[in-house]
Design a protein around this ligand. Structure first.
Ligand SMILES: [Mn+2]
Length: 447
């Protein structure tokens, strides 16, 4: 059974990482095969702090879902260039096709294949037809370096098959090297496997929109969605499990799934999911918070705050406060980082726009950094081809936001917030992008 990836949205926040790790743990523990968590981008400061606090490793980075050479590689046994063709023949008999000749540093030298054998034979025999002159023994005593085809193309194991395929199709050969970043032997891939590579198996958590997902999602098999955002998902080929509930965090849904199966998460995983709930709900204070999120915190706390846990001496209050404080303010970060680390791209009514969110403990930080933030938003609009972009700076203590907008279309002049002299908006009581800000913007754009 092939590996299944659980991955959250790009520009991952703590809930995206926590729900991916938590759900992958759950599916593994349930015995659903090899399920691994992935991340669609770099960790933000809060998530990095949480993982470190819980002594957990970050999930592996998955930039896109396009199949890579590594998924079709055969790690065949090898011979060295000085071994004889006899040794290579033994290997080719077992692989049923080729014998790779690899030097003592692990660097591919050449391939012994039907193609190379025929070529070397025709060199040996030339135009002579008196074949009785050459004994088979002599043929098999030749060193592999004489017989190997040394011009076989090499492909990096983590490069995309889609991009290598035109080259493969131009070749008369059927077998190719797969090498690592250092150019060392990883294995052999065959043309027929490259034409129809296995598709990546993907579970999306904490998002369902393609514009917020890893690239080339259409080249993967989508198995399941577990989320708490608005639905904007493309059609699938097969029926899939699709669960989107309006709760405060995807971590809440993961904890429910674990409990529903009569299981409990290990302390570090429970602590991570708890951080996911705290982060998304601003410690159960956001208007997105539901009773189910409160119950998730009780359940996760019961699993996390136990003897021997990294959170042994913490409580819901102390850990919640530490998680929120780990979200860096504006002062210590570059404006580009503030804009890009929690950015979501939306498309509606033919308009593509971005909304970034940052958390602070004092909204006066916005005044100190406004010109850099404006510039960073302008750069973002250019770089991503957006119509407009917003930054929502949320005061997690006071429960309010300041909204910085660049290139706002006329329709957005109707935003129901107080416009300040510096052209930013003061949005009292607004802390949730998905529940409070996005619906208002979509309503204005769609008329
Ligand atoms: Mn979330």
């Amino acid at each position: 059974m092939s590996k299944i990836y659980v991955v959250g949205h790009v520009n991952p926040d703590t809930d995206a990482i926590a729900s991916a790790i938590g759900y992958a743990w759950f599916r593994n523990a349930k015995g659903d095969g090899e399920v691994v968590a992935a991340r669609a981008g770099p960790l933000n400061a809060q998530t990095a702090w949480v993982l470190d606090r819980l002594e957990l490793s970050p999930p592996e980075f998955l930039a896109d879902a396009s199949p890579r050479f590594e998924v079709v590689v055969h790690r065949y046994d090898t011979v060295t260039p000085d071994q004889t063709l006899r040794d290579a023949w033994a290997i080719a008999n077992r692989t049923g096709t080729v014998a790779p000749v690899v030097d003592s540093n692990g660097i591919p030298f050449g391939l012994i294949s039907g193609f190379s054998l025929f070529r070397s034979l025709s060199n040996l025999v030339g135009p002579r037809l008196e074949l009785q002159d050459i004994r088979l023994q002599e043929l098999f005593d030749q060193p592999c370096r004489e017989v190997a085809d040394t011009e076989v193309p090499k492909f990096l194991s983590n490069s995309r098959i889609r991009e290598g395929l035109p080259r493969v199709l131009r070749e008369e050969r059927n077998d190719f090297w797969v090498v690592d970043q250092e150019g060392r032997y990883v294995g052999i891939c065959r043309q027929r496997d490259l034409l129809n590579p296995p598709r990546l198996q993907i579970i999306l958590v904490d998002h369902n929109e393609v514009s917020q997902s890893i690239r080339s999602l259409d080249e993967a098999d989508l198995l399941e969605v577990l989320d708490h955002h608005r639905v904007n998902n493309p059609p699938t080929r097969l029926p899939i499990r699709f669960r989107v509930d309006p709760v405060g965090s995807t971590s809440t849904l993961v904890s429910e799934r674990i409990e529903d199966n009569g299981m409990s998460a290990p302390p570090a995983i429970a602590g991570l999911l708890l951080a996911g709930v705290f982060s998304d709900t601003l410690r159960l204070n956001s208007p997105t918070t539901t009773d189910r999120d409160h119950r998730a915190c009780e359940r996760l706390g019961r699993w996390a705050f136990v003897g021997g846990s990294p959170l042994e001496n913490e409580s819901t209050e102390s850990f919640g406060e530490a998680v929120l404080n780990a979200a860096a303010g504006l002062a210590s970060r570059e404006a580009d980082d503030v804009i890009s680390s929690d950015l979501k791209i939306y498309e509606s009514a033919g308009v593509k726009f971005g909304i970034a969110q940052a958390e602070v403990t004092d909204l006066r930080e916005v005044d100190d950094h406004l010109s850099e933030l404006n510039e960073a938003l302008d750069n973002l609009i250019e770089a991503r081809g957006l119509s407009f972009a917003l930054l929502m700076v949320t005061d997690i203590v006071d429960g309010s936001s300041r909204i910085v907008i660049r290139r706002a279309p006329a329709l957005l002049y109707e935003l129901p917030y107080k416009r300040l002299s510096d052209e930013t908006y003061e949005a009292r009581g607004v802390v949730s992008r998905k529940k409070q800000l996005v619906p208002v913007i979509l309503a204005l754009l769609e008329g």
